[in-house]
Design a protein around this ligand. Structure first.
Ligand SMILES: Cc1cc2nc3c(=O)[nH]c(=O)nc-3n(C[C@H](O)[C@H](O)[C@H](O)COP(=O)(O)OP(=O)(O)OC[C@H]3O[C@@H](n4cnc5c(N)ncnc54)[C@H](O)[C@@H]3O)c2cc1C
Length: 432
């Protein structure tokens, strides 16, 4: 069986790595890697947003260890939240004693005496019912409004399963200043020593990998038992195809798409992102993995210090951050030029005391069209329609924007491994 893997992000290359069938990856960009790529400018390396490797699946962690062997840092998270001019350890509810006493009081009282009752139907209600008013209004809701670029009341509950609920004991301890840790599943993480997050992608590719770059798929048609795929001016024939690039673009490659399916995809909302690299001529940006910034007057919702992940990503005696900015057309940020946005990031970072504008030595901007699938209230209905359609067509969807799920690279690896296992058990042309 010859399999066409359409899209060469980490999912596509991992699938090829695990398949025993003949396969060809068709990738639109000049290099594989997608959202796991690492960019370099004047000696500063940066990922598309902070990329840490962690998984609740032990076999995925073992696979990562096997792939990266000696190119692996094991790090302990040092995330902070910048709230009211103070650094608070992440997650917020695990460090309430670091707030001003009035804020600590509001958060603790709101958590303990929570008047919320009734059905929880959206993220805002979930926050009030889980954390109470103090934590919700001061941190959780403003931060989520920034990262999702939409009111939390318009977000469904599909994403809350990713958010661990703190035990009451931890919240009370944290308010009293007794050390606690939350989000334990990602307290320790892996990160490549050399090459940034993209090192994972390279580790998945070997001399036998068949990958064609600069080859955007434009058409996917069924011909009897086979699939004909056009990409980069070439025609390819496969027995089976796996779509691993964004569903919004993939659907344009199919003929006679039912209106219901097209409408469902059109209604699946996603956020774009700008990643702004700012390097400074000193080592002040080395001591934290990430800083979360709920303040709505600051353009970025998070900054990550690249030298914390690996010193290979900064020049000696210097340091850098990347600012993550969620954006959509019409929001005022989307329309900014790279120069305007960089100036805004530097000005905001200086205003909140993260760096000094005079120290900046290198900047860069990377535009990410597909960054976050957004779980709006209609997500579940829409995604069910889309999945049913592709299942009936006999086309597998695999990956973050192909499946349109808010999944990290570890889940992408896991799904690629599972799909490879399934396809390895099949012979001959795929049937619908
Ligand atoms: C800001 C941010 C932070 C993140 N942080 C983490 C983290 O800390 N840890 C973690 O594990 N994960 C993290 N992730 C998630 C992780 O990056 C993704 O889950 C993963 O990279 C998705 O891989 P993919 O191959 O499914 O999709 P993609 O990376 O989107 O790959 C799709 C590929 O398809 C290609 N393509 C597009 N159109 C076509 C076409 N027409 N024809 C052919 N090819 C096409 C693209 O060029 C791309 O290479 C983060 C993501 C973001 C945006």
């Amino acid at each position: 069986m010859r399999i066409g893997i359409l899209g060469g992000g980490i999912t596509g290359v991992a699938l090829q790595n695990r398949l025993r069938h003949e396969s060809l990856v068709l990738e639109a960009s000049e290099k594989p890697g997608g959202l796991c790529r690492t960019y370099f400018k004047d000696g500063f390396g940066y990922d598309i947003g902070g990329h840490i490797l962690f998984s609740k699946h032990q076999h995925v962690n073992e696979f990562v260890d096997e792939l990266l062997t000696d190119n692996l840092n094991r790090c302990k998270r040092a995330n902070q939240i910048l709230f009211g001019g103070k650094y608070v350890k992440y997650p917020f509810e695990n460090d309430l004693a670091s707030l001003d006493p009035e804020d600590t009081y509001d958060c603790l009282l709101g958590y303990l005496r929570n008047p919320f009752s009734g059905e929880v139907t959206n993220l805002e209600e979930w926050s009030y019912s889980t954390f109470g008013e103090g934590i919700s209004d001061k941190y959780f809701l403003p931060y989520n409004a920034k990262i999702w670029n939409i009111a939390p009341s318009e977000l469904g509950l599909d994403f809350v399963e990713r958010i661990p609920k703190p035990p009451m004991e931890d919240v009370v301890r944290s308010a009293l200043g007794i050390e606690t840790e939350g989000y334990l599943h990602q307290l320790y993480f892996r990160y490549p020593t050399r090459g940034g997050a993209e090192a994972m992608v390279h580790a998945l590719i070997d001399d036998d990998s068949e990958i064609v770059c600069n080859s955007a798929v434009t058409s996917i048609r069924r011909h009897g038992e086979h699939w004909h795929v056009s990409s980069g001016g070439e025609e390819h024939e496969f027995d089976h195809v796996v779509v691993s690039f964004p569903i919004h673009d993939a659907i344009k490659c199919f003929e006679n798409v039912p209106e219901e399916v097209q409408n469902a995809i059109d209604d699946l909302r996603y956020n774009s992102m700008r990643v702004v690299l700012v390097a400074v001529d000193n080592e002040s940006l080395m001591d934290k993995s990430a800083v979360y910034i709920p303040d709505p007057s600051v353009v970025m919702h998070r900054v990550c210090y690249m030298g914390f992940f690996s010193q290979e990503l900064v020049r000696p005696g210097t340091s850098s951050l990347i600012a993550e900015i969620t954006t959509n057309p019409g929001d005022g940020v989307h329309e900014l030029t790279d120069e305007e946005l960089t100036a805004r990031v530097i000005a905001d970072a200086e205003r909140i005391g993260i760096l000094k504008a005079d120290d900046v030595i290198v900047t860069d901007v990377h535009r990410v069209p597909y960054a976050y699938p957004v779980y709006t209230l209609s997500y579940r209905r829409n995604i069910a329609i889309v999945r049913r359609y592709f299942e009936e067509l006999g086309v597998d969807l695999c990956g973050r924007f192909a499946e349109f799920e808010y999944i990290n690279s570890d889940a992408c690896l896991n799904r690629a491994m599972k799909l490879a296992d399934r396809l390895n058990g099949q012979n001959g042309a795929a049937a619908a």
